[in-house]
Design a protein around this ligand. Structure first.
Ligand code: GMT
Length: 376
């Protein structure tokens, strides 16, 4: 198949899923064309099946806002025509689904019937998409996609609740490529470089936006480390970085917190981890939690959005109400205090992550593509 993938090429989950999907498809021999404003950060697989097309927006002083959607839809038309693409798979509705609709109309004029798959990832529905500024355009582009998928049942229900949707929505869960996870204890994963033997390593990965409630991460860690010697590994950059750095200083735990910045090797950093914290206000799926579980790390999370579909209460970790940091800390201490209990949670986390392995999930996307192509 010949597939164009449109996504945000940054560290966010939607870009990660889109990039991993493209690389997996290319590995299976399909031709994948990434159409984005810069090379996706996770794109680390070089083959002649992967192509990258940059969407370039010229600065023009007349415009207060540069027309990115226009440049994107023109680029999609150009690439579809040039490489005979059969499918455009756009990740994140805003503005990708809208630009894809425009590209589809332009191509129709040329006698080309391109199929559009839209995957909704979360904030494009729950935070930004349903805002009155965007709602009509998002609803229109969802209803005019050939196939719509969401990354969890919870996001499907949110989409149906917040918009007037006439299209069937398919749930295709996010996935993990286990081949990218180093073996624990191997040279690539020596936890003694980070913590002492008696210390636990607690991890949080996010873009430190308010929706992630990173201040709760710090609060939970503060409460845990009073009972269990531990270090906090914080991966990612974002607007709340300074706030939580000050919080750590005020709490007197700055020396126990390692700010690692952005990383495109979270799989390697996670292999050190004993516990993962994800207390988000809302989370359509929680790819970071799944990545942690794939590295045998139990998860303490909020119970919002799609998190209960990933993290299983009392089995792979625990879920608490948003903001209930006492409960989160209590559960974290329970897991970390006893080595044999921690081992059970680690095994369970890995087992649950295996449900979301690449070989389990990839066929669902391929089936969607195949049905669309054979429909033509
Ligand atoms: O969570 C973020 O800030 C990034 C965001 C994105 O769109 O890149 O993540 C969303 O998509 C991920 C991949 O499907 C999901 O795992 C995240 O749960 C979802 N984030 C939210 O719903 C807040």
């Amino acid at each position: 198949m010949k597939i164009g993938i449109v996504c945000y090429p940054t560290f966010g989950g939607s870009g990660v899923v889109a990039t991993e999907l493209g690389m997996a498809l290319a590995q299976k021999g399909h031709h994948v064309h990434f159409i984005t404003y810069k090379q996706p950060v996770r794109l680390d697989f070089i083959t002649n099946n992967i192509h990258f097309h940059e969407v370039f927006v010229e600065e023009y002083p007349l415009f207060q806002f540069q027309p990115y959607e226009l440049a994107l839809s023109s680029k999609m038309v150009e690439v579809v025509e040039m490489y005979d693409l059969e499918i455009l798979h756009v990740h994140y509705a805003i503005p990708h689904a809208y630009a894809a609709y425009m590209a589809k109309q332009m191509l129709k004029e040329k006698g080309i019937n391109i199929k559009v798959v839209t995957t909704l990832h979360g904030t494009d529905i729950t935070l930004v998409g349903s805002h009155p500024n965007y709602k009509s355009a998002v609803e229109f582009s969802i209803n005019n996609s050939d196939v719509v998928t969401t990354v969890s049942e919870s996001l499907k229900q949110d989409t149906l609740r917040l918009f007037n949707i006439s299209k069937e929505i398919h749930v295709i869960y996010n996935f993990i490529d286990f081949e990218k996870y180093p073996e624990i204890g191997t040279e690539e994963c020596q936890r003694s470089t980070i913590a002492n033997k008696n210390e636990r390593i607690i991890t949080h990965i996010s873009n430190l936006r308010p929706v992630k409630r990173a201040w709760d991460v710090m609060d939970v860690f503060y409460k845990i480390q009073k009972e269990v010697p531990s270090k906090l590994l914080l991966v990612g950059e974002g607007p709340d970085r300074e706030r939580i750095e000050c919080q750590a200083k005020d709490l007197g735990i700055l020396d126990r917190v390692l700010f690692m910045g952005n990383s495109n090797e979270v799989n390697k950093l996670l292999c050190y981890s004993d516990l993962f914290l994800l207390p988000s206000e809302t989370e359509s799926f929680g790819l970071a939690a799944l990545e942690a579980m794939a590295a045998r790390t139990p998860v303490i999370s909020s119970n919002s959005g799609g998190l209960p579909e990933v993290n299983i209460q009392g089995v792979t970790g625990f879920l608490s109400n948003v903001g209930d940091t006492d409960d989160m800390a209590k559960n974290g201490i329970h897991i970390l205090k006893k080595q044999d209990r921690l081992e059970v949670f680690k095994q369970n986390a890995l087992k649950q992550a295996e449900r979301f392995s690449l070989p389990n999930v990839l066929p669902s996307y391929k089936e969607v593509y195949r049905e669309l192509i054979t429909d033509c």
